[in-house]
Write a protein of this length. Sequence first.
Length: 260
Amino acid sequence: MKITQDIVYDSGNDLKLDTYTPDTKPKATLLLIHGGGWFRGDKEKESFLAEKFVNEGFFVVAPNYRLAPADLYPSALTDVFNAYAWTKKNTLAANTPIFALGASAGGNLAVELALQKGIPTASWSGIIDMYDWVTQHPEVKAVMNKEQHFDAHESREIDQDGNNDQFYKWFILNYVRNDLNLLKSATPLTRVSSKSGPVFLANSLHELVPISGVLKLQQALADVDVPSDVKLIAGTVHGEGYWELALPQTLAFFSSYLAN
């Protein structure tokens, strides 16, 4: 495996990405998007998962994107779309199908690639139910969780077990600086169409991210005849914390589109 770090894909915003290249010709390309509530996180935290996919024959691209509150929605989404455009032009990716995977906020951005670019995507604990959830929970006080030492651990090792509605509300509103109109625009459910790509959705039943987003998105996709797979996992583990359970089904989901 060859790792190339800090390739500039957007010089205007000094945004960089890392690539992970298998030793043999890749069979597919994966855009791997980090999480962190849109306000923290880094591409380098995806090295563990990137290696897993490289071992399966994927060329992996892991981008950074602008973070809130300095840069609000749609900055991160614009950046991920630009990383996707860079990937499509890359020689190694040019003749392979391109997939996307993200967890948590990265899952939100990956879903947007499926909805707007039509590529098969996997989302682990993606943030999907945003505007409705916030407006339906006025009693929940938005509070940042300062106890989780996110920057000290890889994504799969972060302790985000169980419900935390206050923190969930906080980082959603932080993404739009409390602007409910902007939050409505930021909600992926508003962009489902018959041209959307198929989606694999994983979520724990009692975790940080409510399963309402998974259920709403699956129903919206079904309404326009777009296929989806859902894996609801027992327990409270969030995102990449359940990678051992979600990875085999994610690989199987992607493999089903390799021949198409």
